[in-house]
Design a protein around this ligand. Structure first.
Ligand SMILES: C[S@@+](CC[C@H](N)C(=O)[O-])C[C@H]1O[C@@H](n2cnc3c(N)ncnc32)[C@H](O)[C@@H]1O
Length: 261
């Protein structure tokens, strides 16, 4: 059956540049970041709004898909098949970017709070949401700001797609603490995690599980995710995606579902 909310998203979204270079740094080992524009010498800090705003202004957004993340949707489908319906639920999309995932979750009836500190990204999401709001089952509230500086409001579900891997790894503990504060007991952190597994490492000469590139995206490991989340969440699912984006490294696209204790 046609989904008016989703159809409108696709109509409104322009085709994207190739995401192939998203993974160049991994194939090259740790010497090179994945895109010239993201090298640390040019951008000493990716922990600022200015850095990300600059990326959006230059349309230098190779992570951007032209549909909602298939891996995130796989995770949501799995959650729905176990009885969780997003309809009427409060959802948080941290680092939402242009917000395709937020719109998709709203199309399932959720009331989504989408937060990003890039004004270009949030203005884009606002205008695309305005264009579809009458046909959208749920709602999207778009906030421009630093998610880590916001007062947590209880949500039923946090949807994660290329935000955790975009922040500096030194912020991961803060991310885990903040997301735990946002998520209601019994609520879920659901997402697409960018995981370096043993099998992937074998294909990347010179790259060890602990090495990372010089700029985002920063991969993670199962051990690290467990260390970050299992004190406040229990693991429901953490495995390679069945429907990874074919233009990325499929073996690194992992479905994660964690339930707040
Ligand atoms: C790699 S992009 C992913 C965007 C979106 N989730 C997607 O998949 O299209 C990372 C996003 O996180 C945002 N971001 C990074 N740090 C942030 C922070 N502290 N607060 C809010 N947004 C942040 C950036 O502006 C950027 O839009």
């Amino acid at each position: 059956m046609s989904n008016p909310c989703k159809d409108a998203q696709e109509d409104l979204f322009e085709p994207l540049v190739s995401v192939e270079h998203l993974f160049i740094y991994l194939r090259d080992g740790a010497r090179t970041s994945y895109h010239r524009g993201m090298q640390s010498k040019e951008h000493p800090s990716w922990s600022t709004a200015e850095y990300w705003q600059g990326r959006f202004e230059k349309s230098d957004t190779p992570w951007q898909l032209n549909v909602a993340s298939t891996v995130l949707m796989e995770a949501l489908d799995e959650l729905e098949s176990s009885g969780f319906s997003p309809a009427e639920k409060r959802a948080l999309s941290p680092g939402c970017g242009r917000g395709l995932d937020a719109l998709e979750v709203a199309s399932k009836g959720a009331r989504v709070l989408a937060v990003d500190w890039s004004s270009t990204a949030v203005e884009d999401l606002k205008s695309r949401y305005e264009a579809i709001r009458d046909s959208c089952r749920g709602t999207v509230e778009v906030v421009a700001g630093d998610i880590f500086a916001m007062e947590p409001q209880p949500v039923d579900i946090v949807i994660e797609h290329t935000f955790f891997c975009a922040i500096d790894p030194s912020m991961r503990k803060t991310y885990a603490e903040k997301i735990a504060q946002w998520t209601k007991p019994g609520g879920f952190l659901v997402g697409n995690f960018f995981v370096l597994g043993e099998e992937v490492v074998k294909t990347l000469p010179g790259l060890s599980l602990t090495q990372r590139g010089e700029g985002p995206p920063f991969a993670s490991t199962v051990k690290e995710l467990h260390g970050l989340f299992l004190s406040t969440f229990e693991e429901v699912v953490l495995r390679p995606a069945k429907n990874p984006d074919p233009d990325r490294r499929p073996e690194m696209e992992w479905v994660g579902i964690f339930r707040r204790r």
